[in-house]
Design a protein around this ligand. Structure first.
Ligand code: GUN
Length: 282
């Protein structure tokens, strides 16, 4: 089975559109910040704006020179933080090497943190009070729900320990409600093949093209590919789709798998942020 992220993302976006249409007098706005001219980042940000508009969410973009200094970048975030017309702030990552990312993210108020990457929202996730959680792992959870994939008591393996995906994915899968038994594997894990073979649910978020092969996959397992590697042949995922498809119970394609879900969950988080701010009565 192909786990169709594109289809579920469109459903989620349409649901959001219908929900917002009930409040046509209320305008909610997502602000994106892009530092530099990285083509992939520009593409992602453009997609986020397109999808926001399709859902009835306004958007605003702040484009900054790649050599901007720390203080000026933080000042730009502060402007958005204090702007009552901005409900969500997304700083596109990665930031240039001379910038301290954590200090930039710290300028985003928790209730406008639609990426769920601030200390407060990460801390809340650990405490089980999920409010705004990172979009990519949330997208995987939404796919699990959409396909009625059982998680309670099941073995999940997450490969990759980033704060953007792997760590929050581990927390979401093990949280009450999902109740999976989660192993977090990473680049230093020994016997990765054997660890992955135990998984009923396997999420790979490494960024190493084709590293998850049929040998890693238990027959019938559900496989979610979050890795993105750009090559001359296009975008490749961590999962060797052709071999894994034959053995897995379900697998997300690349593209049209977890990527569209990340964007749809950003919209979901923007609506949630507006609700937390008391702008939307939902
Ligand atoms: N770069 C790659 N993925 C993401 C994401 O989910 N959020 C942000 N802000 N930047 C990213």
């Amino acid at each position: 089975m192909i786990i169709d992220g594109k289809k579920v993302a469109i459903q989620l976006r349409n649901q959001i559109k219908t929900q917002l249409a009930q409040f046509s007098d209320i305008q909610i706005t997502l602000a994106t910040v892009l530092v530099g001219e990285d083509p992939a980042s520009k593409l992602y940000v453009g997609m986020k704006h397109r999808e926001a508009h399709a859902a009835g969410i306004h958007s605003k973009h702040v484009s900054l020179q790649k050599d901007i200094d720390q203080q000026s970048l933080e000042a730009e975030i502060e402007k958005l933080a204090s702007d009552d017309n901005v409900n969500g702030i997304l700083v596109q990552l990665p930031l240039p090497k001379h910038i301290n990312k954590d200090r930039v993210l710290a300028k985003i108020p928790a209730e406008k943190d639609v990426d769920g990457l601030t200390e407060v929202n990460m801390g809340r996730l650990i405490q089980g009070q999920n409010q705004l959680v990172p979009c990519t792992p949330l997208g995987v959870m939404r796919l699990i729900e959409a396909y009625n994939i059982p998680t309670c008591g099941k073995t999940a393996v997450v490969v990759g320990r980033s704060s953007l995906v792997g760590l929050p994915q581990m927390l979401l899968l093990s949280a009450r409600g999902a109740d999976a038994t989660v192993t977090l594997a990473h680049s230093r894990s020994e016997n990765l093949v054997e660890i992955c073979q135990r998984a009923d649910i396997l999420v790979s978020a490494v960024g190493s093209a084709g590293m998850i092969t049929a040998a890693h996959v238990k027959p019938g397992a559900m496989v979610f590919d979050v890795g993105v590697t750009r090559t001359a042949d296009g975008i490749l995922g961590d999962v060797d789709f052709t071999s894994v498809e034959k053995i897995a119970g379900g697998v997300t394609p690349m593209p049209a798998g977890t990527g569209p879900m990340t964007v749809a969950c950003l919209l979901e988080n923007t609506v949630k942020a507006a609700s937390l701010q008391g702008i939307l009565p939902i």
